[in-house]
Design a protein around this ligand. Structure first.
Ligand SMILES: [Zn+2]
Length: 78
């Protein structure tokens, strides 16, 4: 488990998983390391910006902040 410098401010689940294509890639893993479908979009607050993160299902379980967020609050569009 890894902890990020930034914190999640929202986590929206897609209606259905969407395959990576073009610019639509898994932000935390990158195109070279991840071929899984995107299942959610997270907004991350970094030091001076809010960054959209497109994420696969694995990231949601392996990332401590994401797993904690879901356990505490669930998805924001639920
Ligand atoms: Zn991924």
């Amino acid at each position: 488990m890894t902890r990020m410098e930034s914190s999640i401010i929202s986590l929206i689940r897609l209606d259905s998983p969407k395959p990576q294509e073009g610019d639509w890639i898994c932000t935390p893993h990158g195109r070279a390391n991840c071929a899984r479908d995107i299942v959610a979009v997270a907004e991350l607050q970094t030091k001076d910006a809010v960054q959209p993160y497109r994420v696969c299902g694995v990231w949601l379980t392996e990332n401590e902040d994401a797993a904690g967020y879901l356990a505490e609050r669930g998805y924001d569009n639920r």
